[in-house]
Design a protein around this ligand. Structure first.
Ligand code: NDP
Length: 433
């Protein structure tokens, strides 16, 4: 805390992992001698840079750019780029730190990294977004590459932004390589990448539900957010027979007791880039409520927080438990506050933490890297089948690890420990570097 003052989200993420690792350090004292913990919480490299760009009025704007290359023990740095006004180093470091363990859980050879900017894409024209992305890449291109560091999307960065950044990287380096994932299908993107995080979340939850004789079939589901993860989690949950009754954005939430009409949401959010409140104009039978916290008071069987960090607090967690919710799966990164996590772990709820539950996105990104290296594309069905396998593998791994370390059912500990062991062993094998 003294070394990284003010980086509250980073402290929160580190504390959760270190708490889980206590039984591991008892069994494996060699990690302590090798300084694995001290090394793993210190990024290998942090890059901060100026991003100047010209707005539509001809005025120069300046934002701050970040890329944190956290850990390359098991593969090239891999992790998304976030554009949101709240971005500062503490958020990028928490995301990069979690990414190390998540990427390890996928079983694929990818290290941990994350980047972003305090740029706010909301309300900006396509031209402004393009000029910003080009300026961002004018600095970032020096530090990334298909075999060194491969960024992707995150909040505020989707296909449009990845496209602009990819074009600028190619212009600057002359290389047509898989340096970014989440690319469009006409220039190296992978089928099923857009869907992967949301679909993966539902696949792993279905796996977890089955162990308790439950499923999405007939379940009432509340999903926060209405971005990439929320939309495709809704789609897969609906395909499996669930009724998704609510979605949100940072202004408020919609409640449609008959089930969300996803085609409307996709058009509003993906094409027209509008607010979720517009939904009720087309579906007057639904309700819109200002503020995002109220979404957790809607009675549901399964809750999937898919918006942002710390969006679900202790009170909200208690309400979900009281309302009889039987499963919570984290599509967003660290959406539950430490108090909420405590409530879920003390309850009988099936609680699948973000590092495992949303790993489908980065797993599919790693599959995009494989396809780019092979100069080949798999079909949607092939990628989707691999994604399903990976999610099921993650569930079995974290469940077995929790059991092995005497914490049966605690999937937070299972994910942290299983993710850590592979990286720690690779760091041990590679010496003090
Ligand atoms: P999008 O930008 O597509 O959507 C984000 C959604 O969350 C929007 O509805 C947004 O509303 C809402 N949101 C963002 N910030 C806040 C806030 N401070 N309070 C309330 N709502 C907020 O992002 P993604 O769907 O890609 O990402 C959502 C989460 O999933 C993030 O935590 C991300 O790190 C995580 N994730 C994403 C992956 C991916 O592949 N995309 C992979 C793994 C994790 P608004 O429009 O009002 O801002």
């Amino acid at each position: 805390i003294k070394r990284n003052p003010g980086e509250v989200e980073f402290h929160q993420a580190v504390k959760e992992v270190l708490d889980s690792l206590e039984p591991v350090l008892v069994q494996r004292p060699e990690y302590e001698r090798a300084g694995i913990l001290e090394r793993i919480i210190e990024p290998e490299r942090q890059i901060l840079f100026r991003v100047p760009w010209v707005d539509d009025q001809g005025k120069v704007q300046v934002n701050r750019g970040f890329r944190v290359q956290f850990n390359s023990a098991i593969g090239p740095y891999k992790g998304g780029i976030r554009f949101h006004p709240s971005v500062y180093i503490g958020i990028i470091k928490f995301l990069g730190f979690e990414q190390i363990f998540k990427n390890s859980l996928t079983g694929l050879p990818i290290g941990g990294g994350k980047g972003g900017s305090d740029f706010d894409p909301k309300g900006k024209s396509d031209g402004e977004v393009m000029r910003f992305c080009q300026s961002f890449m004018n600095e970032l291109y020096r530090y990334i590459g298909a075999d060194t560091d491969v960024p992707a999307g995150d909040i505020g960065v989707g296909g449009r932004e990845v496209g602009y950044m990819y074009g600028q990287y190619k212009k600057l380096t002359g290389l047509y390589e898989g340096v970014l994932t989440g690319k469009g299908l006409t220039y190296g993107g992978s089928l099923a990448r857009t869907e992967a995080t949301g679909y993966g979340l539902v696949y792993i939850m279905e796996e977890a539900l089955q162990t308790k004789g439950r499923s999405f079939e007939g379940a009432t589901v509340v999903i926060s957010g209405s971005g990439n993860v929320a939309i495709y989690a809704t789609e897969k949950a609906q395909q499996l027979g669930a009724k998704v009754v609510a979605l949100s954005d940072s202004n408020g939430f919609v409640y449609d007791k008959d089930g969300i009409k996803l085609a409307t949401v996709k058009r509003l959010k993906e094409v027209e880039r509008k607010r979720i409140r517009e939904y009720v104009k087309e579906h007057p039978e639904a309700e819109y409520h200002e503020g995002c916290q109220g979404i957790w008071t809607i009675p549901c069987d399964i809750a999937l927080p898919c918006a942002t960090q710390n969006e679900l607090n202790g009170e909200a967690a208690k309400t979900l438990v009281k309302n009889g919710t039987f499963a919570v799966g984290e599509g967003a990164n660290m959406p539950s506050t430490p108090e909420a996590t405590g409530v879920f772990l003390a309850s009988k709820i099936i609680y699948v933490p973000a590092k495992a539950a949303n790993a489908g996105g980065v797993a599919c990104s790693a599959l995009e890297m494989s396809q780019n290296s092979m100069r080949y594309s798999w079909t949607f069905e092939e990628v989707d089948a691999k994604l399903k396998n990976i999610m099921s593998g993650i569930y079995n791994n974290i469940n077995a690890t929790a059991k092995e370390f005497g914490m049966e059912g605690n999937l937070v500990a299972g994910a942290n420990i299983a993710g850590f062991l592979k990286v720690a062993d690779a760091m041990m094998a590679q010496g003090v570097v």
